[in-house]
Design a protein around this ligand. Structure first.
Ligand SMILES: C[S@@+](CC[C@H](N)C(=O)[O-])C[C@H]1O[C@@H](n2cnc3c(N)ncnc32)[C@H](O)[C@@H]1O
Length: 266
């Protein structure tokens, strides 16, 4: 748990909510499963995605799990406060799930595989828990897809620090581009991967605030101390990188990032 690069602070919990809210349409407009499905949401965190997908599928039952009990408590409070009734929360490890094989109709993971040292093995484990013909949805980012105006070497270097830190923790911040081969290697069929690009400019101030500033730049700021402590970058360069990232969210700036959504059938 201590290896989780973003940590479990309230600041990070808010960042996850900003991320989920600003991306809800882009990544979840098609997160709709057959009525009656029993769905495992693995790595639900503070419930930021749960609060979109559960009400969107009122006739499905969700079991949302996370390895962090603290996050599960926050998620549970959030979902209760929204009056959402079709979610049961449990603290559990993806690698040691307390459910029998062939149990779920669907399994859903959002921004989780990127933090795991063995995503292939994770998919093998999860596949066992799916019923025959059950389906899986994976949503991941890919930091290599980030480009912006005005361009800045310092900003690119700051982003690369996040990629390196995540690698040091056993994760892969560029996992989005690998979803198809990962699903294929795990033996899923009918695989479809769709890139979901976020493009942000001044015409959409809500996205400038919600995505560029409060999701992406907040993420880089969140790892800046660790990056300096691990000698990946010096403090002035990190500061410059973050300042330059902010310029992409000020008048005339633009910001692009691509998420990937993969689905497959057991
Ligand atoms: C970036 S957060 C994403 C949370 C949520 N899916 C979202 O999109 O807001 C990744 C989550 O995966 C959880 N996680 C990491 N390893 C896990 C494991 N082995 N079993 C269950 N959850 C895990 C972390 O505790 C964290 O809450």
């Amino acid at each position: 748990m201590s290896k989780y690069v973003h940590g479990y602070s309230d600041v990070e919990a808010n960042r996850l909510k900003e991320q989920a809210n600003s991306l809800a349409d882009l990544i979840h407009h098609d997160s709709v499963w057959p009525a009656g499905s029993l769905i495992l949401e693995a790595g639900c965190g503070v419930g930021a995605q749960t609060q979109t997908v559960a009400p969107q599928n009122p006739n499905c039952q969700f079991i949302s799990i996370d390895i962090s009990e603290e996050s599960i408590n926050k998620a549970s409070k959030l979902i209760e406060s929204e009056g959402i009734k079709n979610v049961e929360f449990q603290t559990a490890d993806i690698f040691d799930l307390p459910y029998q094989d062939n149990y779920f109709d669907h399994i859903f993971l959002c921004f989780v595989l990127e933090h795991l040292p063995n995503p292939g093995q994770t998919l093998d484990k999860l596949k066992k828990k799916l019923k025959p013909n059950g389906t899986i949805t994976l949503i991941e980012g890919d930091h290599g897809s980030t480009y912006f105006h005005p361009n800045s070497k310092a900003a690119q270097k700051a982003i690369q620090c996040q990629v390196e830190l995540q690698k040091m923790n056993g994760g892969d911040a560029n996992v989005g581009r690998k979803l198809y081969p990962m699903l294929e290697n795990a033996g899923f069929k009918d695989i479809i991967v769709s890139p979901r690009q976020v493009y942000v400019d001044d015409s959409n101030p809500k996205l400038v605030e919600g995505f560029t500033r409060n999701t992406f730049i907040a993420m880089i700021k969140g790892v800046s101390k660790a990056a300096v402590n691990k000698n990946l970058i010096d403090q002035p360069s990190m500061k410059q990188g973050i300042l330059d990232l902010y310029k992409t969210s000020e008048g005339g700036g633009t910001f692009c990032y691509t998420f990937f959504k993969g689905i497959g059938t057991k």
